[in-house]
Design a binder for this molecule. Structure first.
Ligand SMILES: C[S@@+](CC[C@H](N)C(=O)[O-])C[C@H]1O[C@@H](n2cnc3c(N)ncnc32)[C@H](O)[C@@H]1O
Length: 473
């Protein structure tokens, strides 16, 4: 194991003194534009234990001492991530248990929480602006953390040191580096629960299952360089660009978390993790970086955009469209639709569009059946979808061409470059979806004609466009 700084040496000594093991072929290295990461110092064969992390070094609400020093009532008055963040703040300020680990962690971030108003303005058009959460975090600090720490100075020590800056730093570390790690018993319980219950559970993740995992959080990630979506607590470390097969993965053992290679990693290559394939907007929000090429990119279209356009155009009164919106939400339709890089229209968006095209009798029937219209894309829906895409594209203040020109400038500041990559990716998806729609349902073709054309194409009567091969004579 190689370390290149005194902090790294101290961290590795601490890690090993706690029972952690590291394969001699795994080293730490600074990677241009990515910070610290892991490197294969020699060829690594599949099924090699890269490193093994004792569960006792995980920093969680159970391994930190704060919970045991407070009454159950006081502890349970805290919500969200605050119990973990406060535990981390106290461990950082008052104990030496995780000092070598904290010394390796960054204190400045490029994630959106730390962007100025003018920097955020570069993201205009992206729905990520509604998810930054800075105001909520500031409010949590002022209204919960400050009074709580002041009321328990016997446990926390001087409240003065529990600053907003430290609160945001710890919160950002949780956002960008934590893992979902359940106890072994919890995992077994989970196996007995149904998928639906699992999904609900994930939405309100218990802070007790959120863990800072020393060493595992040193691995960087890059789109296309991992083994695809990870399960909720599966971490996989893989080599880029050979991403077709999984190359490493973290196995959850009763007393350790073991990172194993699952295929060969050549000497000199970076060992990548997966962050579960977020789109660039979320990468930027949570981690403070983007992937110039991101297969998992997407653009969101709000139900609001659909309603604004269709409610008015179909001549529905405010009361009528509000009733349809409420009903759609009751029926489980999301208020945001994601279009991905395959440019396919989300089924839920098609159902929502169709809900606004229903006449009174059809609307009454749908309500009686308690089922939104089937997600069938036809010429009429396509016409609406095209208008919605046009409206959505207007929410960005620059064009694709302008953004491409900006990116060609190598002196563009990092944050602006990342913002441009996010908004350009989103606009390209919108443009791609529009093109796909135009190919399938050419604009200006009367609905009946478009139906005919589509039917012909389906039956393969439409020559080259249907994919039928021309015979050369
Ligand atoms: C889990 S940590 C990985 C370790 C980190 N590089 C370090 O120096 O401590 C995640 C952070 O690493 C950086 N990172 C990871 N993958 C990256 C990538 N593909 N490009 C740029 N930065 C990346 C980002 O700053 C991100 O917030």
């Amino acid at each position: 194991m190689s370390a290149s700084s005194p902090d790294e040496t101290a961290f590795l000594d601490w890690f090993k003194s706690k029972g952690g093991t590291v394969h001699p072929a795994v080293g730490l290295k600074h990677w241009e534009g990515m910070g610290r990461g892991a490197v294969a110092l020699q060829d690594i064969e599949p099924d090699t234990l890269l490193f093994s992390i004792p569960r006792s070094v995980l920093l969680t609400t159970s391994t930190a001492s704060l919970q045991s020093l407070l009454s159950a009532e006081d502890w349970s008055s805290l919500s969200g991530w605050t119990p973990l963040i406060l535990s981390m703040m106290r461990e950082y300020l008052r104990t030496s248990t995780w000092t070598p680990y904290f010394a390796l962690l960054p204190s400045s971030f490029d994630s959106l929480m730390f962007w100025s108003e003018s920097e955020l303005a570069e993201l205009e058009g992206s729905t990520v602006l509604g998810k930054v959460g800075r105001a909520e975090a500031d409010e949590e600090f002022e209204t919960t953390v400050v009074p709580f720490v002041r009321a328990h100075e016997d446990v926390f020590g001087s409240a003065e040191e529990y600053t907003a800056e430290l609160f945001h730093r710890m919160g950002s570390l949780v956002l960008s580096r934590s893992f979902h790690v359940e106890s072994k018993e919890q995992e077994e319980d989970d196996e007995e629960t149904s998928n639906d219950e699992d999904e609900e559970e994930e939405e309100r993740e218990d802070v007790a299952d959120v863990a800072m995992v020393p060493f595992a959080d040193i691995l960087n990630a890059k789109s296309g360089c991992d083994n695809g979506r990870s399960d909720k607590f599966i971490l996989s470390a893989v080599l880029c660009p050979d991403a077709l097969a999984p190359q490493a993965r973290l196995f959850y053992e009763p007393t350790t978390l073991n990172m194993m290679s699952t295929s060969r990693i050549p000497a000199g290559a970076q060992i990548f993790n997966t962050y579960a394939d977020p789109p660039n907007s979320d990468l930027l929000r949570r981690y403070g970086h983007v992937d110039e090429v991101n297969d998992a990119d997407l653009v969101e279209v709000g139900l609001e955009t659909v309603v604004d356009l269709m409610g008015e155009a179909k001549g529905l009164s405010e009361e009528e469209w509000e009733a349809r919106v409420e009903w759609l939400l009751e029926m489980g339709i999301d208020d945001t639709f994601s279009i991905e890089t395959n440019h396919k229209f989300p089924d839920e968006m098609i159902s929502a569009i169709r809900t606004f095209t229903l006449d009174d009798a059809e609307w009454a029937k749908a309500r009686k059946k308690e089922s939104p219209p089937k997600p069938k894309l036809d010429a009429d829906v396509a016409e609406w979808a095209r208008k919605i895409l046009t409206e959505r594209r207007k929410e960005y203040k620059t064009s694709i061409e302008e953004d491409e020109a900006l990116l060609a400038d190598s002196t563009l500041p990092l944050r602006k470059r990342m913002a441009v990559i996010v908004r350009l990716g989103e606009k390209r998806i919108l443009a791609g979806a529009q093109k796909k729609l135009d190919d399938e349902y050419p604009p200006g073709v009367p609905v009946e004609k478009a139906k005919e054309k589509k039917e012909k194409k389906r039956k393969g009567e439409d020559g080259a466009k249907s994919g039928s091969k021309k015979v050369r004579r």
